[in-house]
Design a binder for this molecule. Structure first.
Ligand SMILES: *Cc1c(COP(=O)(O)O)cnc(C)c1O
Length: 245
């Protein structure tokens, strides 16, 4: 994680303010163009590598949702997040043996892609007397070595999770393959939206399709236009990530 000097921090905070306004405006426009309102879209900031003081500044601007994708980093920053004013979610690849470390710290796990992981979430949630909301991550580009369940396995996985206690499916998440054009990426977003609608129509007990989480810094407007109601934006808000430190 970056630790900034006072001077760097001041500059960073001003950039974040500008970026925040710009993203808010872009989300509003995309929402209107797709026949919805600003309030219909959730803006989650992907906060990996970003230091807590910068994250909390964004929360001060009105940001309501933050997402981490590494357990270790989440734990090291946890005491500093302003969680009175924002919700923390888990958005990255999660190993079953790390579930117990985050189960009581996040409000949603966006990246469930196996029954094994879901079962561990269910077990740990029960221990804590809570029900964990999750999204099922779909490997929409059918890419090797990418997280997410393959489309052909999606119905079965959702069916299995629906039977588990203390875990509740609230929607879908996807990270499409890297695309050259917005037309190309929209094909994946549209495919996801169709799957989302198909599953909603089935009305399975303990499964609700409330959240369709897709779209990042380069394509969140396109994602909204294609039906996303949650976008996960990192570098467009916080600037380019510095992994080196
Ligand atoms: C980092 C990350 C994002 C945001 O990526 P940007 O391109 O920086 O907006 C979104 N989703 C997940 C799961 C991430 O890890």
């Amino acid at each position: 994680m970056e630790r900034l000097s006072d001077e760097q921090l001041g500059l960073k905070l001003r950039q974040v303010e500008e970026n925040y306004k710009y993203i808010e405006e872009s989300i509003s426009q995309a929402a209107f163009k797709s026949g919805r309102q600003r309030e219909d879209i959730t803006f989650l900031a992907a906060t990996k590598t970003v230091e807590p003081s910068v994250i909390d500044h964004a929360i001060g601007l009105g940001l309501k949702y933050i997402g981490e994708n590494r357990v270790q980093e989440l734990l090291s920053k946890y005491s500093e997040y302003d969680l009175n004013n924002a919700q923390l979610q888990f958005i990255g690849r999660l190993q079953s043996n790390k579930v117990r470390q985050v189960i009581d710290k996040v409000s949603l796990i966006q990246s469930v892609d196996s029954a094994k992981l879901a079962l561990e979430i269910s077990r740990r949630a029960k221990e804590h007397g809570l029900t964990m909301d999750v999204l099922v991550e779909v490997n929409i580009g059918d890419e090797e070595n990418k997280s997410g369940v393959r489309y052909e396995m999606l119905d079965d996985l959702i069916g299995e999770i629906a039977e588990m206690e203390c875990i509740s499916v609230k929607g879908l998440m996807a990270i499409p393959p890297i695309c050259e054009t917005s037309r190309e990426v929209c094909k994946y977003f549209e495919k996801m939206h169709k799957i989302f609608i198909d599953i909603s129509t089935k009305k399975t007990d303990n499964v609700s399709m409330d959240i369709l989480s897709m779209g990042m810094s380069d394509d969140y407007s396109e994602a909204i236009m294609c039906g996303a109601n949650m976008v996960r934006v990192g570098s467009a808000l916080f600037g380019r990530r510095n992994y080196a430190v």
